[in-house]
Ligand binder design. Sequence first.
Ligand SMILES: [Zn+2]
Length: 247
Amino acid sequence: MLYKTEGIVLKSMEYEEADKIVTIFTKDCGKITAIAKGVRKTKSKFGSSLEILTHSIFLFYKGRNIDIVSQSEILESFFSTSKEVFKFAFAANCVEIINKLTEEREINVGLFNLLKEVLHYLRISNDPKLLTLSFKWQTMSILGYRPSLNHCCRCNKDIKDQKEMYFNIKEGGLICNNCIAVDKERCVKASLYFNKLVRKILITPLSTISNATIPDERMKELEKITDLYIAYHSEKSFKTDTFLKNL
Ligand SMILES: [Zn+2]
């Protein structure tokens, strides 16, 4: 059986003498791991379509153990030139996040479009770091981890204008002074600027964010909390993976 879908390559690995094993995040079928046979023997467009960050239409053949990529047509090859090493690193980080946080065959068109968009705007962005971090918050939101930023995630008290606040990594949101007194575990200090910034990020298209910049100090705070939040949730899903495989 053959099937065709648009996709972006998240990971590409050499396999045996001439093959490649690729992980592709597709629009219609979710994340797929497939094999491309004999592809390293010749220099072809097909080979280029299997490089990380390449956006193509792929034709897959349903295999018994693993599906086979049989044809492709490149739509957009992100970061093909070596001049853009810096931006390439941010783009590679975005696909890595998608690979970590998604399950095989779980369809998510919204997330696919977001990935396509971030890769597109990273090329013209003023501040690739801000764009990448914004992409991460929007990804978390699409995957059901939208943080609670107006109310305490424990007691629901309105805290959007509280001066000193903490972000609870585990529960995904801000926590009020009363609740923090009881439980400081997995909480990190967050400024009012951070709160307003993330609230804005969650409702602003990446096309607009790609023209924005923020002060270095604020970036450090945003980066720190983003990394902690993603690490906590991806570690959790990773553990579930291992658990399921060991059953
Ligand atoms: Zn509270």
